[in-house]
Design a protein around this ligand. Structure first.
Ligand SMILES: [Zn+2]
Length: 359
């Protein structure tokens, strides 16, 4: 990360502040220095790889050097850059801003959170107020009121200290050098991931929308659209009609998305709206870019069946845990190879039961 080197110390990253807002803070003879990155930035190499799917629009994916959580996107406009997602920590958000320098010298002026989940939005705090961080009203609400540190965060991040302790024991017990070195590199990754939670303050978008918002940047038209509840209560898709690209967060991914905070009975309808968009490419929040529109209908079919099967077992008075082991979705296995036998993630059924009980 490069920042303007100060006469007096300047804290404004050049990439975010091409013109430093402090008048007294003029660049010195050496115009740039490396700023100290956030906790959890102790990794070697690049955190992200960028795939240019259409000119100027990149899918951003973690390389495995740093825990970054979700995939994101980089949209290079005539004068500025829009990033989709701020990823899993301030360190991951910092890394993407830093590494985008290899693609363009234009400043980051916009960030979109597709939804509130920690792996998509927990880096928001690195952005100064002059950068527009945009998301749905429900996304802001969840991030500002602790909702992003709920069950899903607890499941993934809350378990880190235990995983680290277990790995430390395995490292100590490892019998050969190559096994030990592999475990050690896994351990370093997890320790860094945990360190990245230090000083993390979930921060909502500073600009919200309820249904749609369009940015016109040079010849790019960037539409942010909310079609209804689905993966969460505030999923926004980013549609570039001229480039025929849609960036879907976790509302639509090539495999089966996480359903622990979803609204399965509404998700189906929300996906129906997505079908009305003109696009050639889907850039998802997890998995690789894809072109098959059929995947929308596949997910709808899966959700309708899961909802119906879970509802039937709920009516029989089964616990969600028991129901999750009994539900058989193997009739969808041809479309979703991760289905290898009966049983579905318990958290998906827990969520369906909760919503049924809320009425
Ligand atoms: Zn998500």
């Amino acid at each position: 990360m490069r920042i303007a080197a100060p006469v007096a110390r300047c804290l404004f990253p050049l990439r975010l502040f091409p013109l430093c807002p402090l008048a007294a803070c003029q660049p010195a003879a050496d115009p740039t220095v490396d700023a100290a990155p956030p906790p959890g930035s102790d990794f070697a190499g690049a955190a992200f790889e960028f795939e240019e799917v259409v000119p100027g629009i990149f899918h951003a994916r973690g390389t495995g050097a740093l825990a970054v959580g979700s995939h994101g996107a980089v949209i290079v406009n005539e004068d500025d850059v829009l990033l989709v997602e701020s990823h899993i920590s301030p360190a991951a958000a910092w890394a993407v801003v830093d590494e985008v320098e290899a693609l363009t010298d234009k400043p980051v002026r916009f960030v979109v959170n597709t939804h509130y989940h920690f792996d998509h939005a927990h880096g928001n705090q690195i952005y100064p107020p002059e950068v527009q961080v945009i998301g749905h009203e429900a996304t802001r609400e969840m991030l500002e009121n602790g909702g992003s540190m709920g069950r899903s965060w607890e499941t993934f991040v809350g378990g880190l200290p235990g995983q680290i302790a277990a790995l430390e024991e395995r490292v100590a017990a490892a019998e050969d050098d190559s096994a030990r070195s592999e475990l050690e590199s896994r351990l370093a990754y997890l320790r860094n991931y945990l360190a990245g939670q230090e000083g993390l303050v979930p921060t909502g978008p500073n600009t919200t929308l309820s249904e749609r918002l369009t940015l016109f940047r040079g010849d790019r038209e960037i539409r942010l659209l909310f079609f209804g509840r689905g993966h969460t209560g505030g999923d926004v898709v980013v549609h570039l009609p001229n480039e025929r690209v849609v960036i879907t967060g976790d509302l639509l991914v090539p495999g089966l998305p996480y359903m622990g905070d979803g609204y399965l009975d509404e998700w189906d309808d929300t996906l129906e709206h997505l079908k009305s968009l003109e696009f050639d490419w889907v850039l998802p929040g997890h998995g690789n870019p894809f072109q098959e529109k059929d995947r929308i209908a596949w997910l709808q079919d899966y959700m309708r069946d899961l909802q119906a099967r879970a509802t039937a077992l709920h009516a029989q008075g089964l616990s969600y845990e028991e129901a999750a082991t009994r539900i058989d979705m193997t009739d969808h296995a041809e479309r979703y190879p991760q289905i290898i036998g009966p049983g579905v993630p318990a958290v998906a059924v827990q969520r369906i039961f909760e919503l049924l009980e809320e009425g």
